[in-house]
Design a protein around this ligand. Structure first.
Ligand code: ZN
Ligand code: ZN
Length: 113
């Protein structure tokens, strides 16, 4: 009798285990915030010709000649001051591939609010 219940509970455990592993394979779209398959970054790069609203200036994303991030503020929608628009990515959908679960590439993740 004891053997019998042991066998039943063993089978129950086995079912639980199988059930668990089935669930986890269904939800493995990403692991530790990283997608299994890279997707295209969903960020849109704005044109440097466009202007942000007055008063909502942002720090330039450009890298200054001394290697540090540019300290200038800009109203350019692309996020680069007049000296660094040449560093701005082309306007339109970002072409970078990313595995970040947020859907933003490392570049856009850094500047996401
Ligand atoms: Zn700049
Ligand atoms: Zn991007």
């Amino acid at each position: 009798m004891i053997k019998h219940t042991l066998l039943i509970s063993l089978i129950c455990c086995l079912f639980l285990f199988v059930g668990c592993s089935e669930n986890s394979t269904e939800n493995t779209d990403f692991i530790d915030g990283q997608l299994l398959h890279p997707i295209q970054c969903k960020a849109i790069n704005l044109d440097c010709e466009e202007r942000l609203e007055v008063g909502s200036s942002i720090q330039c994303r450009g890298i200054a000649s001394h290697g540090n991030r540019c300290g200038s503020n800009t109203l350019n929608a692309c996020g680069y001051c007049v000296h660094h628009t040449n560093q701005a990515p082309p306007a339109g959908q970002c072409l970078n591939q990313t595995k970040n679960a947020s859907g933003l590439c490392d570049y856009h993740k850094e500047f996401a609010e």
